[in-house]
Design a protein around this ligand. Structure first.
Ligand SMILES: [Zn+2]
Length: 265
């Protein structure tokens, strides 16, 4: 028992140290050379948008990144763009409200939280989403709000949900169009193996050593993420409870720039 306690204390201290280092890492020399995160115009905030597929994606997958940016409110303005209402079980209107409550808990302003309710983007893993429509939807918000950084899923989509994967293809399509402004940067949240996915905080060190862009949450932020997850009460099941206890995505986010598509059709 004392060994377990010592282990928890050690991991807590390590998390705190890595959190500070990781914040620096996102914003200092290495990143500026390789990824140039946050090139805002002089005197203005960098506006970042999280493009998600369903209400609850923001907290299940992106909350460490959201909380890191929200906590630096002098530098960043955070937006959420949810491309469906999460209406698979006909609970769309309830889930929209849950998204607003969750974003409020995470510190994202209500006026910066957008939900798209279009028949062409149903919450359904068996229906392919049109990448050009996704690109257009994201572009509209980016242009309207002068957003310069996009965070979204990678091509596996963390959970393997096809709506997540289609968003990756839509954002990839957007940023490699000839008329896309050059200063827009887009990052994909890296999907890890199922083994690492449920390592919780124990994946921190490996993630830090192998990633070029990482955001981690210290315990108070993890607690806030868990509270935000509770806003999605309609989605709560026993395995969701296990997810928020053990998923490394509640604590660690690692990113890569979105890569060049093989073909643009
Ligand atoms: Zn989702």
């Amino acid at each position: 028992m004392p060994i377990i306690l010592l282990g928890i204390i050690f991991v807590s201290i390590l998390m705190g140290v890595l959190h500070v280092i990781a914040r620096d890492k996102t914003l200092t020399s290495k990143m500026k050379r390789r990824i140039r995160l946050g090139q805002s115009k002089a005197g203005s905030k960098t506006k970042v948008v999280f493009v998600i597929a369903h209400p609850d994606d923001e907290v299940m997958f992106f909350s460490p990144t959201i909380l890191n940016h929200v906590s630096d409110a002098n530098k960043y303005e955070v937006y959420i763009l949810c491309l469906s209402t999460g209406n698979y079980y006909n609970k769309g209107s309830l889930r929209i409200q849950e998204l607003y409550d969750s974003c409020n808990c995470l510190g994202v302003k209500l006026k910066n939280t957008f939900v798209i309710d279009e028949r062409i983007l149903p919450d359904n893993p068996n229906i392919k989403w049109d990448k050009k429509f996704i690109a257009e939807s994201v572009r509209n918000l980016v242009d309207k709000e002068d957003i310069s950084v996009i965070f979204t899923f990678d091509q596996y989509g963390i959970s393997g949900h096809s709506n997540h994967q289609d968003i990756y293809r839509g954002v990839q399509y957007l940023i490699y169009q000839d008329d896309c402004p050059e200063d827009i940067q887009a990052f994909q949240l890296v999907s890890v193996s199922i083994f690492r996915k449920y390592l919780s905080v124990l994946d921190t060190f490996y993630s830090y050593m192998t990633s070029s862009l990482i955001f981690t949450s210290p315990w108070l932020q993890v607690w806030k993420s868990q509270q935000a997850m509770c806003a999605h009460w309609s989605q709560f099941t026993w395995f969701r409870f296990l997810y928020i206890m053990f998923s490394r995505y509640m604590i660690i986010n690692t990113y890569e720039p979105i890569d060049i598509p093989i073909e643009l059709d």
